[in-house]
Design a protein around this ligand. Structure first.
Ligand code: CAA
Length: 385
């Protein structure tokens, strides 16, 4: 028996996240987008109310939700502004590798300290010459006794300016490719870390995205997560979870766009009747809704698989590329349905369309995610369910 209803607890979670989104995120969304700045006070409030570390186990100071509940809350918190919503949820990607590969002692120390503040974490993988080809990174860690000295730079790092905890991927030997990569938990106050360019973006403008520099950053071996040379797999496993998260974000963007269209087309009168009466509009609304149903089902199924400790790389990649392509189509059609009013700056659907574009690019472009999914399928047996 498959049950699609939310439990009483899940309904309460959605209710309180919805209240936070409507009462706190929505009023700040347009100004944050215009200024291209994240309103830090929202992060403080989210921390107070327990929305910041939903995925972190209670013993390390988080709310301790399973994957499904975390993703349901993610969809709800991203409905009114996905840039603000993702800043609130950034610890999910930022700490994924530490949660998967860290020892009990490391998790207590690094996650426990992080959850005391509202500044959260960031995931430092991408470099100027290592985007899709993440294994080609050039930031190095050189062993010196029991310590490592880190030098190099990272780019496009979400929450990189504020994060208290950096989940940093480096190589001990660039010639070894992915087998040389290590993962370190690096507290922000470690000497030698500096912030470079703060990116000015087309969409998701309130998302803090920066360049980071590492100049002789010295950390002890207690900061190494997992074994030397095993960091790439940790990054990929964290991205599996992150890609499901993006699917939940995309579902929120798409649902918001559809809701705006239903409202607008019922109010807008042309040729003597609301435009919602025209069949051409029914077709567009119906297609939007079908894509949303599929996007939501994909992130819920992938979240369920994560909760069952099943491998999820194929499903996570599929959920990510499908739901982000859906969000791009739905938001583009939403602007079309709002016509001139939708194209103007300051309209809700114009922002949604700009925001949707990034979802096809980050956490692996949709081309990379199709490769992950396609290659994965060739390596496993066919299955019905
Ligand atoms: N789980 C566990 N292990 C995995 C894995 C997974 N999901 N994916 C790969 N691996 C393992 C493989 O099994 C392989 O192990 P062996 O060598 O022991 O066989 C190893 O990792 C290397 O895998 P590949 O040979 O597939 O590696 P590759 O170099 O060919 O590249 C790739 C794979 C899929 C292209 C990868 O580089 C990739 O995902 N690129 C995109 C990077 C990305 O998503 N960047 C986004 C950064 S974060 C961001 O955007 C947001 C932000 O704000 C920070």
């Amino acid at each position: 028996m498959i049950d699609f209803s939310l439990s009483k607890e899940q309904k309460q979670l959605v209710e309180s996240a919805r209240e936070f989104s409507t009462g706190v995120i929505k009023p700040a969304a347009l100004e944050a987008d215009e200024k291209g700045e994240f309103p830090e006070k929202i992060m403080k409030k989210a921390h107070e109310l327990g929305f910041l570390y939903t995925n972190i186990p209670k013993e390390y100071g988080g709310t301790g939700m399973n994957h499904i509940d975390h993703y349901i809350v993610t969809e709800t918190l991203n409905y009114d502004c996905c840039a603000i919503g993702q800043m609130i949820g950034i610890s999910h990607l930022g700490t994924g590798a530490i949660e998967i590969g860290g020892t009990e002692e490391q998790k207590k120390k690094f996650l426990g300290k992080m959850t005391e503040s509202h500044r959260s974490a960031c995931f430092c993988l991408t470099e100027p010459e290592a985007g899709s080809d993440a294994a080609r990174m050039q930031t190095t860690a050189e062993k010196k006794g029991d310590n490592y000295i880190i030098n190099g730079s990272k780019c496009y790092i979400t929450n990189g300016q504020f994060a208290d905890l950096l989940c940093l991927f480096v190589t001990t030997d660039p010639s070894k490719g992915n087998k040389g990569i290590c993962c370190f938990a690096v507290p922000r106050d470690t000497p030698g870390i500096s912030v470079g360019k703060i990116e000015d973006k087309m969409g998701q403008r309130a998302l803090n995205v920066v360049e980071l520099f590492f100049n002789d950053v010295e950390v002890s071996k207690e900061h190494l997560i997992g074994e030397e040379g095993k960091g790439f797999k940790l990054a990929m496993m964290a991205l599996d979870r992150g890609r499901v998260n993006i699917a939940a974000v995309c579902t929120a963007i798409s649902q918001k766009a559809l809701d705006e269209c239903i409202d607008r087309t019922q109010k807008r009168v042309q040729f003597g009747q609301p435009v919602s009466q025209f069949q051409a509009v029914h077709f567009m609304l119906a297609d939007m809704h079908a894509l949303i149903m599929a996007s939501r089902a994909m992130y819920l199924q992938s979240g369920w698989m994560l909760d069952q400790h099943m491998p999820v790389n194929i499903e996570a990649a599929a959920a990510k590329f499908f739901s982000s392509d859906a969000a791009m189509k739905i938001t583009t059609d939403a602007v079309q349905l709002h016509a001139g009013a939708g194209f103007m700056k300051g309209s809700v659907v114009e922002k949604l369309m700009r925001d949707a574009k990034l979802t096809q690019i980050y956490e692996g472009t949709n081309q990379i995610n199709r490769i992950v999914s396609g290659l994965g399928l060739l390596r496993r047996d066919s299955r019905l369910f």
